[in-house]
Design a protein around this ligand. Structure first.
Ligand code: ADP
Length: 221
């Protein structure tokens, strides 16, 4: 028997206060796929990603667009939060007051992968936007799970680091769905592009053999 797809939508339409944001979306995403949702700002990518997250919350790690970090807590504590539900409330409280060495060790490789080792004890509110975004990615990688969903996960990171961050995401997760506006990065790090514009799906095709210039017309408003 064929395994169920991880995500499935059949003719889904979603609106905010009666104004449509997504119209008639039909798609399946299987385990092992790396998918980019591309399209101009306001196209509906975020809405689609959030809807996918709602289908598989327990299996997903999310990098939200606004990062959802606790600014007064350190990078370590924010990344540790990716696994809060693996421990008791009492354990988490103790670890908050005095970080346990086994948890510091567990988080260390993720900070290393995201270039944040020297920021471990710094409150997130004192970091740059790019460092905060990398902290949100480190938390999602530390969390683990079947699929990583990222809402523009490198929007605040410089081009060189963007490639490192996306490489780290792909290294940690076999199944990835990323809302992205940067087609060059999408072509390099994913194997399927879903093009969204005005809430509708305009194409759904493999990245193999595609060039960014082919999509110039799609992005022209
Ligand atoms: P994208 O991620 O491609 O920029 P979004 O999914 O954020 O697109 O937005 C799609 C449409 O829905 C836009 O017109 C946007 O203004 C609208 N929208 C998104 N979120 C909300 C919200 N919380 N309330 C009202 N309208 C929203």
């Amino acid at each position: 028997m064929k395994a169920m797809p991880l995500f499935e939508m059949k003719n889904v339409s979603i609106g905010y206060n009666g104004v449509p944001a997504l119209s008639g979306i039909t798609l399946k995403i299987e385990r092992g796929e790396r998918v980019a949702l591309v399209g101009p700002s306001g196209a509906g990518k975020s809405t689609l990603l959030t809807t996918l997250y709602g289908q598989q919350k327990a299996r997903s790690a999310l990098v939200p667009q606004e990062f959802a970090l606790v600014k007064t807590l350190s990078v370590f504590h924010n990344v540790y939060m990716g696994r809060l539900n693996r421990h008791s409330g009492f354990y988490n409280l103790l670890n908050l007051i005095h970080p346990m060495s086994r948890q510091l060790d567990a988080v260390a490789p993720f900070l290393d992968a995201l270039g944040l080792s020297d920021k471990r004890d710094i409150p997130v509110g004192e970091l740059s936007g790019g460092q905060q975004q990398r902290t949100a990615v480190a938390r999602a990688l530390f969390q683990g799970g079947e699929v990583l969903l990222g809402d523009e996960p490198v929007s605040s990171v410089d081009p060189l680091q963007s490639r490192e961050v996306l490489g780290a995401i792909n290294g940690a997760y076999e199944t990835v769905v990323l809302a992205m506006h940067d087609v060059e990065l999408a072509l390099r790090f994913t194997d399927r592009l879903i093009g969204i514009k005005d809430g509708r799906m305009h194409f759904d095709r493999p990245t193999s053999g595609m060039t960014a210039s082919e999509l110039d017309g799609f992005f022209r408003q």
